[in-house]
Design a binder for this molecule. Sequence first.
Ligand code: SAH
Ligand code: ZN
Ligand code: ZN
Ligand code: ZN
Ligand code: ZN
Length: 459
Amino acid sequence: WEGGGDMAAGGAGDAEGLWSSGAGELILLGLAPSAPSCPHGPALLFVKTSQGKERGRRFYACSACRDRKDCNFFQWEDEKVSETRLAAREEYNRTHQPPFTHRQNVERYKSFVLLPLSKRRFCQECQRLLLPAEWEKHSDHQFLCDITSAQLQSPSQLLYPLENKKTNAQYLFADRSCQFLLDLITDLGFRRVLSVGTPRLHEVIQSKASQEDFRIRSLLLDIDFRYSQFYSEDEFCHYNMFNHHFFGGEAARETCRKFLCQDNGERVIMVTDPPFGGLVEALSSSFKKLMAMWKDTEKEGHNNQELPMLWIFPYFFESRILEFFPSFSMLDYQVDYDNHALYKHGKTGRRQSPVRIFTNLSPSMVVLPVEEGYRFCTVCQRYVSSGNQHCEICNSCTSKDGRRWKHCVLCKKCVKPSWFHCNNCNCCALQNHICEKTDAGCFVCGKAGHKRSTCPSLS
Ligand code: SAH
Ligand code: ZN
Ligand code: ZN
Ligand code: ZN
Ligand code: ZN
């Protein structure tokens, strides 16, 4: 359901910088009960700010697409929308849904697997399994033939990753990280995994489950509808994690609720790897709703517990995530990816990945692979990376990026190894920094004029 449409006539320019590098100047006000909808479900309410103050009119914009090219929904909060425009919008939302429903895709899959290998085609242009009657229509498209059962069980290898940074940001786990997550989940005795935006983890679990005596099951929630071609309604829900919207309506929501609450809600864990550009507050609000779905089960005795969760996100979002989930801690494990040049593991001389796991599991329970250099710190009661030294003064293993940090007595904390204390600035910084001026782009929002520590989008 790509394609433009002119829903955003008037003022859409205000949403231009939305979620992009200018995100620091836009504040998310949240999901309003009466919010209008775009094809991606209820829109989110935003306001522009400058110097920490709300400026200008509040407006609604698409929750899922940070690029107007993908969805240009825009509406002022106080705007009067005419009946005609409302009707047009409804029509637009209806027509900008995928060509087949999930149910239809399930039926198509059933027919597809009955075909002999020689008739199993996958159109690469349309990213769709083709039935013989449809070949004609796709005759000038590139396609793959002889699609095997193994390929059908690994859709993340068959589909091309939607890398467009501002919307899907689909970065698939490297085998090393996927196997680590799977081993962790298995070793801790979990039986069900709610995979939110983790299609590769989901497929590894599902294909293992179909091959051997493996007891773990997964339910994938993802906005990438292409996956509905490969999974039944019990295995995949088309879901938007920025507004907790189930595209499949009440039935899909019920599938998710049942999955969470099965067996008294025991032995289930949620794993999520959202797009990093995503607003932490929107994600947190959705994750809390998923947690609440689980909490509503009739559980004896342990009412104060939280749904166990692994949230995979870059380390520099630590304070933001802890703000919303105070019970979480950040693990030292570096998560790496297949199709992301920057986020690959450092062991082979490549750059170190900044991506970590945030969890409400006790960090002492999460064993990190010793063969990759992780070790257990008995004082901190958690596994840390090899370079992460326990600081006697801070009384903690303080490195965030895996390198050995050093303590600054003036700053009263540990800082990056490349930093030195600057008496002008009264804090530690890179040796060649320009005092007071912070002209290098901020690490979080990319804008000049401030550093990560004072980024307005984190305030
Ligand atoms: N590392 C994971 C993939 C993470 S990439 C793995 O290998 O399994 C981010 C995932 O989130 C993608 O699958 C993408 O389709 C999904 N996604 C992006 N925006 C989303 C949204 N608004 N709601 C739900 N899922 C979303
Ligand atoms: Zn939208
Ligand atoms: Zn320590
Ligand atoms: Zn210092
Ligand atoms: Zn200075």
